[in-house]
Design a protein around this ligand. Structure first.
Ligand SMILES: Cc1cc2nc3c(=O)[nH]c(=O)nc-3n(C[C@H](O)[C@H](O)[C@H](O)COP(=O)(O)OP(=O)(O)OC[C@H]3O[C@@H](n4cnc5c(N)ncnc54)[C@H](O)[C@@H]3O)c2cc1C
Ligand code: HEM
Length: 403
């Protein structure tokens, strides 16, 4: 890109800040009109709620703001890249997205989109597309080179289905071809694809692996999304709960994601979960215990009530056996019996636990709804924890930019 083109991109930052979501909404409508088959690839729930349009607008804005040195965006490129490879996005699809993004800029900005601005954005898009697809190529190569690794969609059979609480059910997934699976890094997720008769579309969703790393199967634990307030039912989670049973087939991609526990972590570890956000942390906990982690491990969990508290007994069993593991639980509305058993009332609040020793050398892994992550992140920072020690995962397109 020329210096003049970079200056033109910088000049469009205020417009993107103001109208980014308008632009990306227009873009997705345009792209789906020309390529309805891409509706099979995108999460139509995230399209309706606007989360994906917001995530894309934030990414495009961050790119424009850093056009002088896009390399600073590598952590973001890595995070998006893990999501893309988990959905088997391929380089040729970047040309389709590019065509509709540039056309959308022209159509939304109208006369303000001068030929020079359109040229600058075309060059900027090509630069970003090659940065992203290049990074994704290395992620695909890594998958292909890993033992029992694979790229793209592979059929799996549900061999066990286990209710873990009133609303969370586990599915034990084994390869339909009888082969082994790649041993995942604790914290990683898979994408699962199934056909939705209501939409007449394939739809994919990500699920964190809740089992301990092994080479035979993956366990995912899915919360039934009832969407009471919005009067809409979660499309895939309800399909899994109600229609996907033992011996049924689903397709999944190999484990992706960079919200992971480093193998050589030699510090205390604190896991903080809200609701179904406990799934990646459970895999981390099991892995730490299996590897005989030599530092304190602490788990803080918050959920609405005992009825929806998944894996309660399992975590208590681990605590009974391993003295360096402690755990604290919050219920929104605990019963007298819960309180007597040491359950804290209300929303998870680190300041409410007198015994909690927040080691500033430790690593902190947070997973739950966006408001939950934001509160825990801010409270940890206020308690003196360095932001580099806090890792978080949102169960949807990332719209938080905390660190
Ligand atoms: C990395 C990652 C890991 C994840 N791990 C897990 C996990 O371990 N376990 C788990 O249960 N989930 C996990 N998720 C979430 C999961 O991918 C799905 O998002 C979840 O199961 C809901 O999917 P759904 O198809 O049932 O709901 P969707 O149909 O996608 O709906 C999602 C929500 O949006 C609402 N909604 C639907 N339609 C509309 C509309 N028209 N307007 C407004 N709102 C609407 C629904 O009520 C619902 O609450 C993870 C997500 C990510 C990104
Ligand atoms: C430069 C180009 C692109 C940018 C900036 C971009 C950006 C993003 C971002 C920010 C997300 C959300 C990531 C998260 O979960 O936090 C995302 C997800 C996604 N992207 Fe891209 N992307 C690009 C190209 C593509 C292409 C070429 C395709 C394929 C047609 C694609 C398909 C998807 C899909 C299917 C998702 C998941 C959507 C969902 O879960 O709702 N993207 N992308």
């Amino acid at each position: 890109m020329t210096t003049e083109q970079k200056a033109l991109i910088t000049a469009t930052v205020p417009v993107l800040r103001e109208n980014g979501v308008l632009l990306t909404k227009y873009f997705y409508n345009r792209m789906f009109t020309h390529h309805p088959e891409l509706k099979n690839l995108f999460n139509m729930g995230n399209q309706k709620s606007g989360k994906q349009q917001t995530a894309l607008a934030l990414a495009v804005l961050a790119y424009a703001e850093n056009i002088a040195d896009p390399m600073v965006l590598l952590p973001v490129v890595d995070r998006i890249g893990h999501k893309h490879v988990s959905l088997d996005i391929r380089p040729e699809q970047y040309q389709i997205v590019g065509r509709h993004l540039i056309a959308s800029i022209q159509e939304v900005l109208g006369e303000a989109a001068t030929p020079a601005i359109v040229d600058a954005w075309s060059a900027a898009y090509q630069q970003l597309a090659s940065l992203m697809s290049g990074h994704e190529a290395t992620l695909y190569q890594h998958k292909a080179a890993t033992e029992s690794g694979w790229t793209g969609w592979r059929p799996f059979i549900v061999q066990r289905k286990v209710a873990e609480s009133n609303e969370i059910t586990s599915f034990y997934l084994y390869p339909a071809d009888g082969g082994n699976v790649t041993t995942h890094l604790p914290g990683q997720f898979i994408s699962l694809r199934t056909f939705l008769p209501e939409l007449k579309l394939n739809q994919s969703r990500q699920y964190s692996i809740s089992s301990e790393p092994n080479d035979e199967y993956y366990r995912i634990s899915v919360k039934r999304e009832l969407g009471h307030q919005l009067d809409t039912n979660g499309m895939i989670s309800n399909r899994l709960h109600d229609h996907v049973n033992v011996n049924d087939k689903v397709e999944i991609t190999s484990p992706s994601g960079n919200f992971t526990l480093a193998n050589d972590l030699d510090t205390p570890v604190t896991l903080i979960s809200g609701g179904v956000g406990l799934t990646p942390l459970l895999s981390m906990l099991q892995s730490l215990i299996k590897n005989d982690h030599q530092h304190p491990i602490t788990w803080l969990h918050g959920c609405r009530s005992e009825n929806v508290h998944a894996f309660k007994q399992h975590v208590e069993d681990i605590a009974a056996e391993y003295p360096n593991f402690s755990h604290y639980t919050f219920y929104n509305d605990p019963t007298d019996a819960n309180r007597a058993a040491g359950i804290f009332p209300g929303y998870l609040d680190i300041a409410a636990i007198p015994q909690l020793d927040l080691d500033l050398n430790g690593h902190y892994f947070v997973c739950g709804p966006a408001v939950f992550i934001t509160k825990q992140y801010e409270d940890l920072i206020a308690a003196g924890v360095n932001k580099d020690r806090i890792y978080f995962e949102e169960f949807g397109p990332q719209v938080l930019s905390l660190n």
